[in-house]
Design a protein around this ligand. Sequence first.
Ligand SMILES: [Mg+2]
Length: 372
Amino acid sequence: MKITKIEAIPARIPLKPERRMKSALGSHEVSDFVLVRLSTDSGIEGCGEATATPRWSGETVRGAQAMIEDVLAPALIGCDPSDIDSIEERMERVAVYNWFAKSAIEMACWDAVGKDAGSPVYELLGGPVRDLTIRNRFSLGAYPPDVAAQRAAERVSVGFQTIKVKVGTGNETDIARVQAVREAIGPDIEMTIDANGGWSDADARYCLPRLAEFDIALVEQPLPRGNYRELRKLRAESGIRILADESCFDEVELEELIHQNCCDAITLYPGKQGGIRRAFRMAAAAEEHGVPCTIGSNLEWDPGAAAMMQFIVAASNVRIEEIPGDCLGPSYHEFSIVTAPLEFDGPYTTISSRPGIGVEVDWARVEQCRLP
Ligand SMILES: [Mg+2]
């Protein structure tokens, strides 16, 4: 099988009003994606998705589209999509970074290869190591305390057992929000917090001791990305468990986090890591050092979330049973672009055992939200 064409289709879709997200990065009300439609000489197609959030990954919808069409695709026409090593290597040779654009192509390769073999991607990665249904945490935006409390209680009532509260939007409001959520959910529900790198070192040192009484299981990305030395000190001095997210895009960053003892766990996912294989490899590398991983979300749409599920099901060190992640992105958006989407039921997400990444894009539906 050879790749004959790679199309990059920019699309925009609003989030459901009740799911609009607010964090230290600002508010997220519409999502921009680049969908990849990869064609092969055997007639089998693969689909992929790049989420485009410049303030988080540096990639824009137009930039990712141009990167795919003008730089990455020309390097891959004629390649065998099952030779993921060579696909990765060729993409690295023509462009640094741009992880989400690269991952969109890589997941489309996996999708085509899985469809050709009649196998879900998790089988191609070595087989499932957990159930096809996973339990998620709920990620709660940095809403005013009363709104946060009410939404948290509502999510607990539908079965969520872990609530992640966004902080990093002002110390006193952060504390008030966390307190309000703890009071609303009671003592038995697990609570984590995520600053998305929005705290300064002084903010973290002010907030963390004051938040301790609300029983925080884990703090995610308390300091800005790249600040390994301060993160290590904060972890050692505060004694709180730290989950690294924005600090870990590539393998060098993963090594820094581990060797500098900066964190207790790392969030990995195919988009941020530049592909399913790369995320899988990084999870295994962390496992060698006894560092567990989990999965985060950039509010993916159907193909991106399906690729995440393939990764979760196959990667033993993505220890969502101990550190729940979230794979709920499609349920945040106003509509789906696939036939037979992932199933969402309260805190649970289920992937089918269909071949490839497990979802089939309806390209006519994509046209309805295509950016001009
Ligand atoms: Mg995060």
